[in-house]
Unconditional design. Sequence first.
Length: 442
Amino acid sequence: MKRLRRLATTVAASLTASSLAASAASAADYAVIHAGRLLAEPGRAVMENKTVIIKDGVIERIADGFVGAEDASPDDAVTVHDLKDMFVMPGLIDGHVHLLSENNPKGRLQRVEMSEGDLAIAGARHARRTLMAGFTTVRDVGAGSSDAIFALRDGVARGDVPGPRIFASGSTISVTGGHGDGTQGYRDDVAELLHQSGVCDGVGDCRRAVREQVRRGADHIKLTATAGVLSNTAAGLEQQFFEDEMKAIMDAAHAMGRKATAHAHGVNGINAALRAGVDSIEHGTYLDNESIRLFKRNGAYLVPTLLAGATVVEWAQDPETFLLPPQRAKALQVGPLMHEMAKRAHEGGVKIAFGTDSGVSKHGENAREFALLVEAGMTPMEAIRSATVMGAANLGQSDVLGAIAPGKFGDLIAVSGDPLADITELENVDFVMKAGRAYKTW
Ligand SMILES: [Zn+2]
């Protein structure tokens, strides 16, 4: 990939005597982007030779040609970014990550070795890599028993550490012994230490578990409607919560203004979660025609996580794999089905939001999902839309995220090639800006 010379210039504030008094309180920060090609709203046409003007982190306007921040006062800081040879588009949104962890052969030991501080530092490293890969927003859907995810979210928001905007679920809502109960295979006294406040059984307890996550600071609720691949349980992949429990979870989440998203592989669990009013389904491996009908009836999103499927199959096929026997069997069962599932859902008109399950795969490689979505039948534009316009809608954040438009956050990325011609261009993002601040230049 051709590396272009960086041409960003900061125009320092030039204070005059008369403006000195007012300057401290009123000085604004402008970022001016000169975009050769601009995909402002994925799904609509690419524009040429435009200027995006961002004031104090929020997009003010898009102007024709290459102009400056004409309404800036002499006290304001104006930074011009020359992206005239680049393809500029909205910052990417990954709707399914686990920032605090990254799968590795020592994972089960690390669970009992790592302190909250260790997890926070690991999360900061993963968050930085994710941002540098062009993902300016993520939804974290399960951080074990740790509250470090909330500290990380808030630290990133304050600007203490670089990372994407984080929407966090806290502890996954799971039945005892279910996919989101991370204590399987540990001895009882260790399991006690690893206990997660999201583990619940029965209607009343499930309401408590949801409310407990809201109290801890959750932006949304994640539940494991069915079994899963990487839990150490030979419990298949079918439904785990009963319908009354799922209904209690969705209702408790919605009553507190939170969306609920369900991890689900088996078809009965997918359909039960949709009937109970879930807002989105993660994975969706065994979805059927009835699922497609329910998705469309509810306006629910599917987050296919094809990269997770590809990653676990790769591990399972390795004769020296670190996967435990139940994990390996389930990986080989699920992985090969996910591609076809995404294709059927897409053809059936289900709304698809981009999500990778990074933390299974490596953080910072999130963009590999794009090529998999295109292999599953999406056009490059549809795949990009899933990680921008649809990604924002899936989070309930369409008013501020997902496109380059006045009033939205100044989150944008640039690549030197054309991702509509070759979607893998997005695996090498050259420029990353979040809220008007450039984190990566080329
Ligand atoms: Zn996950």
